[in-house]
Design a protein around this ligand. Structure first.
Ligand SMILES: [Zn+2]
Length: 249
């Protein structure tokens, strides 16, 4: 097993978001998050748990441009990562203010996001590695392809959900009601098509299309996403999204 897709990014003036996954996809692992503030400093343990994300709000870490992270799982270590930082306090401030407003308004709902990993593993439910083929005709764990992509998460954030658009979809003989919701969120985390948004245990959505990203230009002429407008489709059970763990929804 290796730790892969390990990234760190300063998303606003208050948080550095770390995300990673494993290859192959393995459930119920325990990860140590380690941080060193300066070159030559020892890495110290700052968090331990099963999540494959961590939000670092430590002030020294936020102010120190030499801060580095690595992830440990058993005897396996990730590479070391220095957070990507646009180094523009004004633009980072806009993103942070927007998140702060979402947290403050009554309709900013505590939500959890799981971002789709990029690597593909064999589906543990329907793919037989010895026979090298799918051994079930339908599968609730993967989308029926025999391969599965894990998720990196959960990331706690605040989302303003807007109107519900209902429509009927035809699935063979059965008609099911489809629930589409529009939502506004900050850049924490930046989502993409296929990511999962958990509004509550019973309300889990998939990001249904590429979000409408709202950019600002930094003093160094970089484009930086400060907010996102997303279209979400409510997932019907059974779906793998309902097995994703969250603590307090
Ligand atoms: Zn499957």
């Amino acid at each position: 097993m290796i730790i892969t897709e390990f990234t760190a990014e300063k998303t606003n003036n208050e948080t550095i978001l770390l995300m990673w996954t494993t290859d192959p996809l393995t459930k119920n692992l325990s990860f140590d998050v380690l941080r060193a503030l300066n070159d030559g400093d020892d890495f110290i343990l700052i968090s331990r748990g099963e999540a494959t994300t961590f939000l670092d709000a430590n002030e020294d870490a936020l102010l120190n441009e030499h801060v580095r992270y690595k992830i440990k799982c058993g005897e396996v270590y990730s590479k070391e990562v220095i957070p990507h930082n646009i180094d523009d306090p004004y633009t980072l401030g806009v993103a942070g203010d927007y998140l702060w407003q979402l947290r403050a308004i009554p309709l900013g709902i505590v939500s959890y996001v799981y971002c789709r990993a990029n690597i593909e593993s064999a589906c543990p439910e329907c793919y037989n590695a010895t026979l090298k083929k799918r051994v079930k005709s339908s599968c609730d764990t993967c989308d029926g392809s025999g391969t599965i992509k894990g998720y990196k998460g959960p990331v706690k954030t605040y989302i303003n959900y807007s109107q519900i658009i209902r429509g009927d979809i035809e699935l063979g003989q059965i008609e099911k009601e489809e629930e589409i919701v529009t939502a506004q969120m900050s850049n924490l985390p930046i989502v993409n098509k296929g990511d999962i948004v958990i509004r509550s245990n019973a309300e889990r959505y998939i990001v249904n299309r590429i979000p409408d990203y709202k950019y600002m230009t930094t003093t160094k002429n970089e484009k930086f996403i400060v907010m996102q407008k997303v279209i979400l489709k409510k997932l019907l059970k059974p779906h793998e999204a309902y097995s994703l763990e969250v603590t307090d929804v």
